[in-house]
Ligand binder design. Sequence first.
Ligand code: PEP
Ligand code: MG
Length: 839
Amino acid sequence: MPLEIRFNCQLAGGVHARPASALEELTARFRSEFSLVNERNGCRANARSVLALVASDIRLDDACRLEIAGPDEQEAHAEMARFLRERFPCCDNDIPTVQPPGEEFSLPPDLRESTMTYWRATPAAAGIGLGRIVEIEPFELPETLANMRPLGAEQERRRIEEGLYALNAALAEQAARMPSDAAAGIVAAHQAIARDPEFRASLIEAVTAVGLCAARAVAESEAHFSRMLMATSSELLHQRVLDVQDVCRQLLDKIYGEAARRSEAPLTEDAICLAESLTPSQLLALDRRYLKGLVLFQPGTTSHVHILARSFGIPTLTRAVGLTGRRIAGELAVVDAEIGLLATNLDETARRYYAMEQDRLRRRQARLLRLAEGPGDTSDGQPLQIAANISSADEAACGVAAGADGVGLFRTEMLFMNRDRPPSEGEQFEEYRRALYAAAGKPVIIRTLDAGGDKPLPFLNQPVEANPFLGCRGVRLYPRHEALFRAQVRALLRASVFGPLKMLAPMVSHLDEVRWMRRIVEEESARIPETGQQGKRHVPLGVMLEVPSIAFALDHFCREVDFFSIGSNDLLQYFLAADRANPGVSGISDPLSPGFLRLLKKAVDDVHTHGKRIGLCGEMAISVRYLPLLVGLGLDEISVAVPAVAEIKAALARLSSSDCSELLTAVLRSPTAREAAECLDRFHQQSCDPIVDENLILMSSGSRTKAEAIKEIVDNFFVQGRTDRPRDVEVAIWQRESVYSTGLGYGIAIPHCKSDSLRADTMGLLRLDQPVDWGSVDGQPVKLVILLGLRESSPKETHMRIFSRLARRLMHEDFRARLIEPCDPASTLNALQEELELA
Ligand code: PEP
Ligand code: MG
């Protein structure tokens, strides 16, 4: 009879790779056999195999039984009992928990009849995209390896053995260099998989018994163990598939070297790409002509892959609930990053709905583009340059076409990704020259290489770092790769003769770094004429303000630096000590936290005192919500993803700089981010737009149902900038509409709501080409819809006054005739203003 230890799992995330590897490590000290039984599902696992342990799907509170039998079972039993009591329950202390999308979700009314299949998800980049699902397998063999013929069982077995040996040695070396427990834990989990007896047995069996080559054996084992993990019900264990894939990728690398790296199959039609996670370089490798949407399981909103997705305008979802493990490759799907869902099996209702949605977004963008044509000024004439963030020369043209006043941030590291070696000086020169040409005389700020952090470049051979964001990143890499940096500087200097180019240094923490850079720039600048080429003698050199310390030494920096750009993404993560890619601490990285806003204010004031310019190019600038604060700060420029340029410019024109400074003063007095947010909300609620204007009157509509008609009017509110949350407004309308019909007879309906999702009290009018059923009191279909949306916080009298006057006037045939008979928006507006005394 084996000895037994019974325990209940107290790990919130269940037994995943880290606790499993801790358990497995202990088994290695004994010669006995260990079996762990999950009594909930009857799964029995060899406790010497991390993979088997993890696949036994042990969750919080599961009753478990560890059986021990063998020559040293007494000793093992005592040691294991202590371990399970004392260390095992704490294995998991630093696992972040991520909130799933709220439960209160319900489909918009016009989609409720649809039979489509859908999964809820969290939007990370707005928009609607339609295409066929392409699953990007995080692990797939490169073609060269996939077609490889086995050399013979013995040779292939040797390859596996040697590969595993090299991998284990490399991991052991890595583990020794890990200074923190968390980082060491991850490497330990990888080590545990690499030496897992079942993993090894599966590889060896594949080459000896099945006759596969080593590459295929690795691929088969990866698929086998990933399937095993996916078959469990824990989302956390599903994510552990990444560990298996990582180890398999590293193993292939050890066996085949360079040949083991693969690039994705090209997209050939409109596609929605589905991936566990993507690196920035994997995203850049996808053909953006066809990439219509992304669904990533990796959470977060300021990690570089999400920033890129937003900057390319690719609707992106993360954490699709319940989708893990479903095979939907090849199906036609919609990524709806407006309400947060992925849908397949689209029926006629869904297709019509999404056609309307795409139309709504197109029309809003077209309107914003018209508004963005002028210079970026507030309503009282304070200038604020709105520039574009880009990562390639092609995007510069799109930015300028969208109304950008130039390029505020060219992230050049993207040119260095997906390649075995860096781009040559000539290639870079051509790219920078093209960006300047596209900007047509507007300033272009080009940031020198910002590799490291979450943008490692394989050819730099950087050592593994426990905290890459605090490691060798940005400017810190240049002295180690001086030739690489000099080549980029030469390319920039040569390009500078084609337009107003400025250089921007990332991740600066000390003035010495700037001095070093300036020396190199000057040396290269002096050398350029010797090579028979041209370059400007002086190119402005700016610094990213993203390491907080420099905000307290700006007087020194201002003497030697030409301009500054606040990288709010990194500044927030370093200032508030919260990893930008870790969703577990995303609530801490709040730009409204009082200390952070004061830091920004101090930085802007200090830089201006010394007569220099300062902009902001992080994700904070993309939000219309924060815009009044950025105006209040008195920044000279903000730089945003290309798709946001027009919207920000249009929003800027609505703001008064004096109101914004008052707001900032009030917000800076708020002791907490929550109170600052309340202050900001109150500011946004004060709007003096008229309740109705010509653009809110739609003279002809093809809507076929009541739901479509309501959606069409509310979508137009969105297009006209009256709401950013049209679905919330619709929900508020339907809350009333489902209780009683607003069809008041005579072919007229007056749906209405109160909702603070509206920027201002708004009335919209829609004349239907074909009358639609509304459940009206007289049973007649409706041909005219007047939708009244008032803000929750508007005085009660406003609602009563407008609504009752409208209802009263509609009793009169002459008023109805003025609205129903064909005419133009101007005369309809006139009729409304006169009869309802709106003017
Ligand atoms: C930032 O940190 O805000 C920034 C703009 O740089 P990146 O996001 O590329 O690190
Ligand atoms: Mg940064």
